[in-house]
Ligand binder design. Structure first.
Ligand SMILES: C[S@@+](CC[C@H](N)C(=O)[O-])C[C@H]1O[C@@H](n2cnc3c(N)ncnc32)[C@H](O)[C@@H]1O
Length: 400
């Protein structure tokens, strides 16, 4: 158990204290993979509830590093079948080794009293149930959304894939998709054959909402296509498969490598490069038929797949991210040819990240007009998250 605790502790600490992305942290090799995935994901999904438990159980402020141990231990006590004794002794022994024998008694006392804490009420109960800070719940409700639906998405999410250039419908025979078409389909969870097809580049796991960001351009065969915030590359590869000549930028060199390896795996030809989309470059001015701004965002439409997006957030994040999105859109719009299209998308739903960005953009750029691509509001289309679709906002504009 101690060895498992060590792996769990490191992974939780990476996500909670050091801001690592859950999906990236869990993509590492683990000796006790199944347990680590179950506990770390569960801890993140119940973070607010567990954090309040620690606050109630510990009289003084607990060292952040120790919190990364208590959180998963409390999760195991509350939500797993692992015997209480194994959890408590594993956590106490690990704590002694990691933080010194002096903390053993404290850890033991916290874990022993977990059932004595009365149920949460009021704001804390809401934050614990939705696993999100109150200001995010309030911001969503203020924008007219059902915060509960967005922040507590369906547990039984289906996995969507699409058939790539290297694959053929024959590859999908006998896979037992819940629903399929020549273009792809949904599965309850990726089985080994599906994962193998993905590794061979024959299929790609991609949400249909992400595909909509590319479909929104209409026919892109033979067109020049710039994806300014492209990593890991799902939309760029799809655009390439649809026949566009794709240039894909991202600010982080290590993420540009992800685009390159995605392209290699799937056989897509993509010009991938490191580029900060907030800085104008004259060589791209008016050069592209299609420009996609799939902006960095709060990710509130994908809480089901990425439960860590609501952690470590502060109210000022909304303003900060919105400013970045406006900056990227403004610079990127200058790369669109007259008559070309600009798509702005986010996997987040707050108005400050979606319709308000487009409203501001068209007010300040009268050479762009909003086109109707399945629009359900004045500025574009909101896709609500459910068991099949990620929550997205997609807006298409055209340069006159
Ligand atoms: C929503 S993700 C893009 C997902 C991608 N379009 C896909 O479909 O795979 C946003 C991306 O923006 C990148 N990014 C953040 N700030 C940026 C900037 N100033 N310039 C370019 N890319 C940026 C992040 O590294 C991240 O990869």
């Amino acid at each position: 158990m101690q060895e498992t605790f060590a792996e769990i502790y490191e992974a939780v600490d990476q996500v909670i204290r050091r801001g690592g992305y859950l999906n990236i942290v869990l993509s590492a090799e683990f000796k006790h993979r199944a347990e680590v995935h179950f506990v770390v994901k569960g801890t993140v999904e119940h973070y607010f509830e567990l954090k309040f438990l620690i606050e109630a159980l510990a009289p003084k402020k607990v060292k952040p590093a120790l919190v990364s141990l208590l959180l998963p231990a409390l999760f195991m006590l509350k939500y797993s079948d692992i015997p209480r004794f194994a959890v408590t002794s594993g956590a106490v022994e690990f704590a002694g080794k990691r933080f010194g024998a002096g903390v053993k008694g404290f850890v033991n006392a916290v874990l022993k009293n977990v059932d004595k804490i009365p149920p949460l009420t009021g704001k804390k109960e809401l934050e614990a149930r939705l696993n999100a800070p109150y200001f995010l719940v309030e911001a969503l409700e203020k924008d007219g959304f059902d915060a509960e639906k967005i922040l507590r998405p369906e547990k039984s999410r289906l996995v969507h894939f699409r058939l790539g250039k290297k694959g053929s419908p024959k590859d999908l025979e006998g896979l037992g998709a819940l629903e399929s078409s020549e273009a792809g389909g949904w599965f309850s969870e990726p089985d080994k054959r599906l994962s193998a097809l993905n590794s061979e580049g024959k299929i790609s796991f991609i949400s249909p909402s992400s595909m909509e960001c590319v479909n929104a351009f209409g026919n892109i065969a033979g067109k020049s296509f710039l994806d300014v915030a492209a990593a890991p590359g799902g939309k760029s590869v799809y655009a390439s498969d649809k026949g566009a000549a794709v240039t894909a930028g991202d600010i982080h060199p290590h993420r540009v490598e992800l685009i390159k390896s995605y392209a290699r795996r799937t056989g897509a030809i993509i010009n991938a490069l490191t580029n900060d989309a907030t800085i104008f470059r004259s060589d791209w001015e008016g050069a592209f038929d299609c420009v996609l701004v799939d902006a960095p965002c709060m990710g509130l439409g994908v809480v089901g797949a990425r439960p860590d997006v609501t952690l470590n957030r502060s109210p000022s994040d909304i303003e900060t991210i919105s400013r970045l999105q406006k900056g990227i859109l403004s610079v990127s719009s200058r790369y669109v040819k007259p008559g070309g299209k600009l798509v702005y998308s986010t996997c987040s739903l707050l108005k400050a990240e979606s319709s308000a960005i487009i409203s501001d953009f068209v007010q300040n750029n009268d050479e762009f007009r909003i086109l109707n691509y399945k629009n359900n509001c004045e500025f574009g289309r909101y896709i609500m998250p459910d068991d099949r679709w990620d929550g997205f906002f997609v807006s298409v504009t055209e340069r006159r």
